[in-house]
Design a protein. Structure first.
Length: 254
């Protein structure tokens, strides 16, 4: 089964929204994934109703106390199995360094515990390149990179691509990559210009599906739910359904 990390070094591009809604739709289609929140901000955990009161109830316990990942899984308010995050995860960079053992730790845990033999794994990464995000990249076989439809995001996407290409030299089996444009407004010439430039740069690695700027996508986290619960007929729900269909057809999700 696929191990997917949703990653970008720029914040505000839709990483958590994408992780949440793809996970929710996979569950609705009978392929319930394990979700791992790698972001110390813990937004995905909070939206899902699995806020960890302290670090030892979160993914941090895996790193600090070597607690097995399976023991940290909690059920979200919609029944999704989630390993929640906590602010203590921000200490991981300074506590464990950046050597091979630290960077491979999550991957070793997933493999040792056979966590993705029967279900996919979705990981929500933090918006910076550090031990946590690198753990996600080293543990995955797929990287999904959301890019918001603004000019600054183009530079961010190029930096992400540069980072992943550099890591290919040290990762035994480099992950498959897909870029997806988010917060797309078809009424704005700028959105179409950005779309064109990204497709020229990334070619087949750029998803055909675009995630539109949508009120329902913005509202659903405030209701502690995914867009399919909040507004199943919305454009946001339709876009994420189309994205999952595209990724599945391409063998990116299995």
């Amino acid at each position: 089964m696929a191990k997917i990390v949703v990653f970008n070094q720029k914040g505000g591009v839709g990483k958590t929204t994408t992780t949440l809604n793809l996970a929710a739709l996979l569950a609705r289609r009978g392929r319930t994934p394990l979700v791992i929140d790698l972001d110390p901000q813990a937004h995905l955990s909070a939206i899902s109703g699995v806020t960890a009161a302290e670090g030892r109830q979160s993914l941090y316990a895996f790193y600090h106390d070597t607690i097995p990942l399976a023991q940290l899984v909690r059920e979200s308010n919609t029944g999704l199995p989630i390993i929640p995050s906590h602010l203590d995860l921000s200490k991981v960079d300074t506590q464990f360094g950046k050597g091979p053992q630290a960077l491979n730790r999550l991957n070793i845990g997933i493999v040792k515990e056979n966590l993705n033999t029967t279900r996919p794994i979705l990981m929500d990464s933090c918006p910076m390149l550090g031990v946590l995000s690198l753990n996600g990249i080293f543990a995955c076989d797929r990287v999904l990179i959301p890019i918001s439809a603004d000019y600054l995001a183009i530079n961010g996407a190029l930096q992400v691509d540069k980072t992943l290409r550099a890591l290919e030299r040290v990762i035994k089996n480099p992950p498959m990559k897909r870029f997806v444009l988010t917060r797309f407004d078809s009424r704005r010439k700028m959105s179409w210009d950005i779309d064109r430039k990204l497709r020229e740069r990334f070619g087949a690695e750029m998803c055909e599906t675009r995630i539109s700027e949508n009120v329902s996508l913005a509202e659903s986290p405030a209701q502690s739910c995914d867009v399919f619960q909040h507004a199943p007929e919305s454009r946001g729900a339709s876009d994420y359904a189309a994205l999952l269909d595209e990724l599945t057809a391409a063998g990116f999700v299995n």
